[in-house]
Ligand binder design. Structure first.
Ligand code: ADP
Ligand code: GLC
Length: 489
């Protein structure tokens, strides 16, 4: 099947979170299953124009005036063809979505331009069997395709993947006319959401098939607690909504081959992990104590990720002699909180408040425990990485965390399936109780090794999930064919 995969970030070009990891690895896994996948990505500043081939010019009306751009073609290091939407006015900037903690004020126009460029690519360069959209940045594509179809122009089936319902792309209604959509697209059956333009909603209404990145999250977002106001629409479309857990690119994330680590290791020989721990302690100025439990966290510092829970339990844990290494950026409130902790506990706490890919790998390898007490977690990748790195995850039972980590109950330990520590209530005592269980397991080397081994052997490679995406593509295409047949009958 020919798939045009439209996304706002992808490894190895640009990354702010897990979306980029997925976009950097799922297309290759689909290719391995025999599909032809091509990526569409904005050409941001860090992506050099050299080695890219100009394909065709763009002239798209957004915000009431024509904006010019260019489609450039390249190939990713893993051999996936990539169409870059080049428009310096919108994408040659210091950030992807904003700078200094503030979103760019013209984000609606930027991603409307990008979405319409993706449609132009489908029409002029690569007519696909299906367009795969991801998150709000490409949520307008199904609406544009719907409008084309109404006008008798060629259109294509669509799948929209929801990576995070908390980010919907909300903009003032006054900006709607700048999108080039007919007036009736702004309404309760369209993009409108409490008087605003909602880009994700456009995709949720008009895409043929929807999915999110774990089965549990697919159920959760149909409830008021997790649906962020879109639960009604999602429940109405529940027969079109599926859950597919993310996979891991073990070419990048495996301690046996990871070039970022000071030593490598695997399930049969964990010596290298001890070395990685010592190096992490030394680099961070922590006491080089092999028996001090080292807790790691690599995360966007937002409310989603449970940063407040971590801050609440840390003082008690530090008294017990644990060490904590955090890598993350985000909410200034959390920057202040964690840098204060690092200042007051220099031999026990490291707070690296930057974006640092090699350090993310070294924390995965050097830590004993990995913290992911998320309030919600559509899939999560770091817990999957942690399992492979023998860094036992402590997670809340939500979304993809619930679907990937098996709590170390006595039964699960006995039958060898336990891979981590899971808690339910989003409260400091519940989190602390899970950490207490984890820390006592840490003091029992036989038990600890058993849990580590089970995690290291778990297989979250993309093959299975890619197969499920292929099935969703067939579903979306089939519905169109079925729909048309139904109409002509
Ligand atoms: P999310 O996409 O919600 O941020 P995921 O667990 O799916 O969460 O993926 C996060 C990805 O971003 C992981 O690859 C993680 O290592 C990476 N990451 C997050 N923060 C940083 C950071 N400050 N430096 C380096 N990598 C980071
Ligand atoms: C989002 C989610 C995360 C998921 C990632 C990739 O950022 O927060 O859980 O793993 O997208 O799908």
């Amino acid at each position: 099947m020919k798939v045009l995969y439209c996304v706002s970030e992808a490894v190895p070009y640009v990354k702010t979170g897990g979306l980029a990891d997925v976009a950097g690895s799922l297309p290759g896994a689909l290719r391995d299953l025999g599909h032809e996948v091509r990526l569409v990505l904005p050409r941001y500043r860090p992506i050099p124009r050299e080695n890219l081939t100009p394909l065709f010019p763009l002239r798209i009306e957004v915000g009431g005036a024509p904006v010019s751009g260019l489609v450039l073609e390249g190939r990713s290091p893993s051999g996936i063809p990539v169409y870059f939407v080049d428009c310096p006015r919108f994408f040659d900037r210091g950030g992807l979505y904003g700078e200094g903690g503030r979103d760019y004020p013209d984000n609606l126009l930027r991603f409307a331009f990008f979405s319409r460029a993706a449609v132009a690519i489908a029409a002029q360069a690569f007519p696909p069997d299906l367009v795969h959209c991801n998150d709000w940045h490409t949520g307008l594509i199904p609406a544009y395709l719907h409008q084309r179809e109404r006008a008798g122009q060629r259109s294509w089936p669509t799948l929209l993947t929801i990576h995070n319902i908390g980010m919907q792309g909300l903009f003032p209604a006054a900006e709607f006319p700048g999108l080039g959509l007919l007036e009736d697209y702004f309404g309760p059956d369209g993009l409108e959401f409490w008087g605003k333009v909602n880009c994700l909603r456009a995709g949720l209404v008009f895409a043929d098939v929807l999915n999110t990145v774990s089965e549990t999250y697919a159920k959760e977002i149909q409830t008021a607690e997790f649906g962020a106001g879109l639960e009604g629409l999602l429940s109405r479309r529940s027969r079109d909504l599926f859950g597919v857990l993310n996979g891991v690119d073990y070419g990048q994330w495996d301690p046996r081959v990871d070039a970022h680590l000071p030593a490598r290791y695997g399930p049969d020989d964990l010596d290298g992990k001890r070395f990685c721990k010592r190096a992490l302690q030394q680099d961070g100025g922590l006491e080089p104590l092999p028996y001090a439990p080292l807790l790691g966290m690599v995360s966007r510092l937002t409310d989603q990720k449970g940063c407040d829970l971590v801050a609440a339990v840390l003082p008690a844990l530090l008294k017990q002699g644990v060490q904590f290494v955090l890598l993350g950026t985000g909410d200034p409130r959390y920057h202040a909180l964690f840098s204060h902790l690092a200042r007051t506990h220099p031999r026990q706490v490291v707070a690296a408040l930057t974006f640092d890919e090699p350090l993310a790998h070294r924390i995965e390898a050097g830590a004993d425990l990995f913290l992911m007490p998320s309030r919600y977690e559509p899939s999560g990748l770091n817990q999957l990485y942690s399992l492979r790195y023998a860094t036992i995850p402590v997670v809340r039972r939500t979304g993809g965390l619930a679907d990937s980590v098996v709590d170390a109950t006595p039964e699960a330990v006995d039958d060898g399936t336990a891979t981590g520590f899971v808690f339910d209530d989003y409260t400091p005592p519940a989190f602390l109780a899970a950490l207490d269980r984890a820390l006592s397991a840490f003091r029992d080397p036989v038990l600890w090794r058993r849990i580590q081994q089970a995690g290291m052997r778990a297989d979250f490679s993309w093959g299975r999930s890619a197969g499920r995406y292929a099935a969703l593509y067939r579903e979306a295409v089939g519905r169109r064919v079925g729909g048309l047949a139904g109409e002509t009958a």
